[in-house]
Design a protein around this ligand. Structure first.
Ligand SMILES: *Cc1c(COP(=O)(O)O)cnc(C)c1O
Length: 465
């Protein structure tokens, strides 16, 4: 394809995109596809001869689109949202076009300098203390892995990278039982091991880990000759929104000189609203590392995850590597690839710049406030359905419920709802039982979309009983 043709196809795709979004409500939210159905339509071998772009795009519509689940659908209430607000999509198109690899300051100074400023805009928007810096990563999983590696290196006097972990005993990391599976995986990959990730049962209205139980677990490990390395707190767990009391957890960690990481991947976006901070954000400034995903609730197109660092030095001491070919000359500059595990970096900050400017913080706050309010209203509507039970009350915009019957019936209802296609919900587990989760957070959702959930649940329930 030459550049003369490029503009025409690009315009066609832009028009397709606008129309797709305008007609999204008419599509089933979750793909209504059987396993293997899409693969069966794809040639087994690659083409030897060039194919026409018109034909490729037609196949995209006919083969690929029927197998897509519509994450931007206003009636998407499953998992957590993966919003892509239109200004963020436009920025992504520009990034795609310039396609710079932004690993070092000199490989695109604007990308590095805009990233620094966007991290600081978000620091202010979340009311984190002056002095936090940070880096934009691809995902919260990567940020958490970076933090766990830092815990490991700090606890071994920065000898793990060089000498390995043999003979260093059991390094222990502590968290509640409400954390995301990315914490487990980070411990696997960092050589800590699942058995050395100590999960403290959450308690109370937000299922946080009690500070005294955390302290007792650390003391038991010290007595047994283990090496405590870090504490991972959570604000807004994936299951039901479990959230630790940040101040008391950090106080215990600091008393034992442990590195602290906070996973606020989902709920962090809501902290742009001052009124939620008293319940969820008190004590946040004590954390060494904090991750939150603008690519979930805030509206930045996936991927865009910010890791804030109270002091970047321990993470740089863990991850920075500077072979000759990456050395740069000249003044002191930030090379963000030294802060993360991958070397290559996309220009993610542009999406935040477009997003925050196009809506203003007030525009973004208004959406999140609506989502929280509508989730509370929907929760009451589901509570009123005959025989239904609210299993966890809303934490921000996430709650869970059960229909009458056993665990298998819960799954049967979820599957029937998603086969129906008007809304999309997923199941979760809480207190040893299966629950049905609802989260409200899609960028274009309206109150009517949200309240439709109660109606659809009721109607589908009647069809399966
Ligand atoms: C989504 C989520 C993650 C993982 O985020 P990725 O960016 O997909 O790695 C981690 N923790 C919590 C609480 C989450 O909600």
């Amino acid at each position: 394809m030459d550049w003369g043709d490029f503009a025409g196809w690009s315009k066609q795709i832009a028009e397709w995109g606008a129309q797709y979004h305008e007609t999204l409500r008419d599509r089933p939210v979750r793909a209504q596809t059987k396993p293997g159905e899409i693969a069966a339509q794809l040639p087994a071998a690659p083409p030897e001869q060039p194919e026409d772009m018109a034909r490729i795009l037609r196949d995209f519509e006919e083969i690929v689109m029927p197998g897509m689940t519509h994450w931007q659908h206003p009636r998407f209430f499953a998992y957590f949202p993966a919003n892509a607000a239109p200004p963020s999509m436009l920025a992504e198109q520009l990034i795609n076009t310039v396609a710079a690899q932004c690993m070092l300051w000199q490989t695109s100074p604007a990308a590095t300098e805009l990233e620094g400023r966007m991290v600081d805009w978000m620091r202010q928007a979340l009311e984190l203390a002056d002095g936090f810096t940070g880096v934009i990563q691809d995902s919260a999983s990567s940020a958490t892995l970076s933090a766990v590696l830092t815990m490991r290196e700090r606890a071994t006097g920065y000898t793990g990278n060089r000498a390995g972990l043999a003979g260093k005993g059991a390094l222990r990391i502590y968290c509640s039982d409400q954390v995301h599976s990315s914490i487990d995986r980070a411990c696997w990959v960092a050589g800590i091991g699942q058995d050395n990730l100590i999960k403290i049962p959450g308690r109370g209205p937000r299922y946080g880990m009690p500070a005294d139980a955390l302290d007792a677990a650390i003391r038991t490990d010290l007595a047994a000759g283990h090496t405590p390395a870090g504490v991972i707190a959570i604000t807004g767990g994936t299951g039901v929104g479990g959230s630790d009391d940040l101040a008391s957890v950090a106080a215990v960690a600091q008393a034992h000189d442990l590195y602290t990481h906070l996973d606020a991947a989902w709920a962090g976006s809501a902290m742009i609203c001052p009124e939620y901070r008293s319940a969820f954000w008190q004590g946040v400034d004590a954390y060494d590392s904090i991750v939150f995903n603008p690519h979930k609730w805030l509206g930045a197109q996936f991927d865009c995850s910010i890791q804030f660092l109270r002091d970047a030095t321990p993470q740089l001491n863990t991850l920075k590597i500077e072979p000759e070919y990456l050395k740069t000359t000249g003044g002191v500059v930030t090379n963000y690839s030294e802060w993360t595990i991958p070397l290559g970096r996309r220009f993610r900050a542009l999406k935040l710049w477009f997003l925050i400017r196009a809506y203003g913080l007030e525009g973004l706050q208004a959406r999140i406030r609506n989502h929280v309010t509508w989730a509370e209203e929907l929760c009451e509507a589901i509570r009123a359905l005959e025989g239904f039970e609210i299993t966890t009350d809303p934490i921000l915009s996430l709650f869970s419920f059960r229909c009458p019957g056993d665990d298998a019936t819960q799954q049967r209802l979820v599957d029937a709802i998603n086969d129906d296609g008007r809304i999309y919900l997923t199941q979760g587990a809480f207190a040893g039982r299966k629950v049905i989760r609802v989260q409200v957070g899609q960028f274009d959702t309206t109150r009517d979309d949200v309240m439709a959930v109660a109606q659809v649940v009721q109607e589908v329930w009647e069809t399966i009983t």
